[in-house]
Design a protein around this ligand. Structure first.
Ligand code: C2O
Length: 558
């Protein structure tokens, strides 16, 4: 294998055939390199490191999977490969008690497996730590493999749940068994599904002590948009904001693959560099993790931080919902998935239901029917939550509008900035996208900054169901616990790029030579320490959008 791979990769560079002795020598040198995957982003299972980004108080531990003695084979789904039955994933709040009891039995069986079995609950949870606290190097690179913050987010988690579900089904001896999804985008599904928080037998196996106590209550309303905590709204207002948020992340702000899936990450690159998370990864994904986690533990464990998140059985129902959102996004006209070879061929390694390690490709995750499951249809009220336009014409600033001063800390009062732009650039080259590049300084434990365009009266009570709402910039200590962000959180700058193109059109500002952006801080009320933030700089930049090679036609711009 190594030999043929080496000769194949180097064939075009060789002037003369290699001598047999030389080949043997090189083969020996290369014996640890999986070079048949060298052009593809894939984890190197042999390069297992301690998890990155653990809080300093946390003891060092390892969460690498056992290394098999064989070369993992490629598993490609095809009709029938996932068992005969099509499995239906149902909304958790609609399942029967019998289903809940069966799920509980499956997890009991999983928790009874010996710890060294890669199908055991501990090792299933470790998969998340491994891919999310980046324990593996990328194949052929010393760069770590990270399954978040990029286009890997959706396919990685789909495969992860696929094998998890197949293992549970095998333990139950029931090929038709499917996970259910926590349907928090539906108004009836916003609390933690009852069987995940019941203290009675047999359901208690699905419960988890490390959760936020008020959010475990049966009438709690999950917040898909809030980053800071505790920060609560009345239920009706929260449902409305949930709908607004779902509409934005699935439709308004998720029209291209890079917006929805996240940015590309390729061999040798660090996903984190680009903050390349897609819309749904930010909200509701991150928010629901944070909403569930125990606020008095470091990192808001278990759900609030990568390395412990999958210790909570609720993790899998949360991710089934996100996986379903991918399916729904695809059904919306003009939503196209990545066709980039580096996406399609990116690889992950998982243990299957027979405890064999297999390789899978991101591109093979696309079709759930081939994977043997579908989602039950449920109503989606947020599809109707189209934003309204509240401004007419460019905003005029008055003395009542506080302007942000460079370097001046602010905590609670919103302030506005005026950003210059050149309307002729996009008039002459309509395919260019216009990005706001905003740098803020912050010194905070928990703060998010809501940005509004052409809306200088916006404040913390302003809802986000409007065309003028731009983005929420997260400036918190615990964003799924990246240690560099933690360090940054106490005296750092953060630069955010925000694609303004569709917003400028929607608010009718394409002809303007400047626009008003209003920065609205939302901080945790006490007892959390208050955060503060200062404006540093803002400008507009123009970029050619990803996946667009033909720049001659203006048609596909926005
Ligand atoms: Cu891998 Cu919800 O994160």
């Amino acid at each position: 294998m190594v030999l043929s791979c080496f000769t194949c990769n180097t064939a075009q560079h060789q002037q003369r055939p290699l001598q047999p002795l030389m080949l043997l020598l090189l083969a020996a040198l290369l014996s640890n390199i999986h070079c048949y995957r060298a052009a593809v982003l894939a984890p190197n299972i042999n390069a297992c490191n301690a998890p990155l980004n653990l809080p300093s108080a946390e003891k060092v531990f390892h969460c690498c999977a056992p290394v098999p003695s064989y070369e993992p084979q490629l598993f490609r789904p095809s009709a029938g490969s996932a068992g005969a039955a099509v499995r239906i994933r149902r909304p958790s709040h609609l399942v029967t008690e019998d289903y809940a009891a069966k799920l509980a039995r499956a997890y009991s069986l999983m928790k009874e497996l010996p710890a060294e079995d890669p199908r055991s609950f501990t090792q299933q949870a470790n998969v998340h730590c491994a891919y999310c606290n980046a324990v593996y190097n990328q194949s052929g690179s010393s760069q770590r493999f990270q399954a978040h913050l990029s286009w890997l987010f959706f396919p990685f988690h789909r495969w992860y749940l696929y094998f998890h579900e197949r293992i549970l089904a095998k333990l139950l001896g029931d090929d038709t068994f499917a996970l259910s999804f926590w349907n928090y985008d539906h108004h009836n599904g916003t609390s933690i599904p009852w069987f995940y928080s019941s203290t009675s037998y047999p359901y208690s196996i699905l419960s988890n002590a490390n959760r936020d106590a008020p959010h475990v209550l049966p009438n709690a309303t999950a917040a898909v948009d809030l980053v800071v905590a505790p920060y609560e709204r009345p239920r009706d207002a929260q449902l409305k904001e949930n709908d607004n948020t779902m509409y934005r992340v699935m439709i308004r702000d998720a029209q291209t693959p890079e917006e929805f899936f996240g940015w590309p990450v390729r061999q040798g690159e660090d996903a984190k560099t680009y903050s390349g998370a897609g819309t749904v990864e930010l909200n509701p994904h991150n928010n629901i993790h944070r909403w569930v986690g125990n606020k008095s533990s470091v990192g808001w464990k278990d759900m609030g931080t990568f390395y412990t998140a999958a210790n909570d059985p609720l993790f899998y129902a949360h991710h089934a919902e996100l996986d379903r959102l991918w399916e729904i996004w695809k059904t919306i006209p003009e939503h196209l998935e990545y066709e980039d070879e580096d996406y399609l061929n990116a690889e992950f390694l998982f243990y299957n239901e027979d405890a064999e390690m297999v390789r899978v490709k991101a591109g093979d995750a696309s079709n759930t029917t081939l994977l043997g499951y579908v989602y039950e249809d449920v109503a989606m009220p947020w599809m109707e939550a189209t934003p309204e336009r509240r401004s007419s014409g460019p905003a005029t600033l008055t003395d009542a509008n506080k302007m942000c001063e460079v370097g001046e800390w602010f905590v609670e009062t919103p302030c506005s900035i005026v950003v210059d732009r050149d309307p002729t650039v996009t008039k002459n080259s309509p395919w260019l996208h216009e990005h706001l590049v905003l740098t803020m300084q912050y010194d905070t434990s928990d703060l998010e900054l809501l940005l509004y365009l052409n809306y200088p009266s916006a404040n913390v009570t302003t809802d986000t169901g409007c065309e003028e709402y731009l983005f929420s910039m997260t400036l918190t200590r615990y964003v799924l616990m990246y240690q560099d962000m933690v360090a940054e959180a106490f005296a750092g700058n953060k630069t955010q790029r925000i694609d303004m193109s569709r917003r400028l059109h929607a608010v009718g500002l394409m002809e303007e030579t400047s626009v008003v952006i209003t920065l609205v801080p939302r901080v945790s009320p006490s007892p959390s320490p208050a955060g503060r933030v200062a404006f540093i700089s803002a400008s507009m930049e123009y970029t050619v959008p990803y996946q667009r090679s033909d720049t001659s036609s203006p048609s596909s711009v926005i």
